[in-house]
Design a protein around this ligand. Structure first.
Ligand code: NAD
Length: 279
């Protein structure tokens, strides 16, 4: 079994650098997908209220027989629940669905700066953190301007910023800001939702290490200090994505992969994304 390193968040909490993402896994398939990931060795699950599969994660946690403290669980605030009372209520419902009395990490999923005041929402997350029901709090899809506002107007700095990062979108400015201020970067869609898998440069580097393109891409992330949680329900891929700690990319490989950046998103742009699901 691969040994996954743990990184230390800015409040001292340890997070496994590789996790299992459950975005787009249908609710009825989630329990089995998470149990399979546990069986492969994953101990970090990334879900969200909007994925509508927190119950499946909770069922897997219970059925696995693992100790709650051995699994790192992240969930994220629904876009429709930014108002402080709604955020508190939504958080309580997450705990119920997950069947746990705390999460390891709770995130604001999107800043939605044109629709709500994310500073007020963040203050609610600070209250949740103070209550001990989230071991760490953070944000997702926050741009530099959003992070700077939190820094100026709130007391607790986010432990993480979960953003889209992959070889076609290297996010140099945001990752640099994270390094300077102790905000860990979690890379969502670390494989660009599969878009990078046919890249010839990644293919060449993968052949030179006798590894798959997915492994080389994920290895680039971990050597750049990102947390990753690739998603797949296919066991061979779930295993492939987990076994990335027994080889190392050279500085030249890393620079070649950095050079693939095209500032190309596969998901929405946080500056224009304002999608709130119907109640
Ligand atoms: P991803 O980059 O993990 O790519 C998933 C795609 O790649 C799937 O089609 C899968 O079949 C394929 N794939 C996975 N492993 C493979 C392998 N070894 N070989 C070949 N193909 C492989 O993209 P994602 O699912 O969008 O993102 C991963 C996780 O990031 C999500 O599950 C979720 O937890 C998180 N996420 C967060 C946000 C956010 O706004 N915070 C947005 C999107 C995703």
């Amino acid at each position: 079994m691969s040994t996954v390193p743990h990184l230390t968040l800015n409040n001292g909490v340890q997070i496994p650098q590789v996790g299992f993402g459950v975005f787009q896994i249908p609710p009825q398939d989630t329990k089995d997908a998470v149990l399979q990931a546990f069986d492969v060795g994953y101990r970090h699950i990334d879900t969200a209220q909007s994925y509508r599969n927190e119950e499946g994660v909770g069922e897997a946690l219970r059925e696995s027989g693992l100790e709650r403290g051995d699994v790192f669980v992240t969930t994220k605030l629904n876009n429709g629940a930014h108002a402080p009372e709604a955020a508190l209520e939504a958080f309580d419902r997450s705990l119920e669905r997950l069947g746990t009395d705390y999460v390891d990490l709770f995130l604001i999923h999107w800043p939605l700066a044109m629709l709500s005041d994310f500073v007020d929402t963040w203050k609610t997350l600070e209250d949740i953190y103070s209550s001990g029901r989230a071991r760490a709090i953070g944000v997702s899809n926050f741009q530099l301007a959003h992070l700077s506002r939190l820094q100026a107007q709130t007391t607790i700095l986010p432990a993480v910023n979960q953003i889209e990062v992959h070889p076609y979108l290297t996010q140099t400015a945001l990752t640099q800001f994270g390094r300077e201020h102790g905000i860990l970067v979690e890379a969502w869609s670390p494989l660009g939702q599969g878009a990078v898998l046919g890249d010839p440069t990644l293919g060449r580097i993968a052949r030179s290490h006798d590894r798959s393109v997915a492994q080389v891409t994920l290895r680039w992330h971990v050597q750049r200090g990102h947390v990753v949680f690739p998603k797949s329900v296919t066991r061979a891929r779930v295993e492939d994505n987990f076994h990335i700690f027994d080889f190392e990319l050279t500085d030249v490989d890393l620079a070649d992969i950095d050079g693939l950046n095209r500032d190309e998103r596969t998901g929405p742009d946080p500056d224009t994304f304002d999608r709130v699901p119907p109640a």
